[in-house]
Design a protein around this ligand. Sequence first.
Ligand SMILES: [Zn+2]
Length: 91
Amino acid sequence: MIEIQPTGLAADLEALAGAPAAPKGPPCTVGAFLAHADEPTAAALRVALDTPSITGKSIADTLRKYGGAVTAYTVARHRRRGESNGCRCPR
Ligand SMILES: [Zn+2]
């Protein structure tokens, strides 16, 4: 059985970052694209992001055709936003 010591755990987690964690970071490139796209484009992109059968690669390839500097990895990370391995964009 693992005994969790909250004080030590918090200190260890803070040490991982080397500094107190910032509550918010800048949006990822997908979030920035959403923020700057016109509403129909942003809405279509949100639908694509929320459709699991559409791969991150095909979304990234499409955005890149229109000048978005987006990788399939960034799309996957944006889809996990809010999770520990996702980006910091709001849900
Ligand atoms: Zn994001």
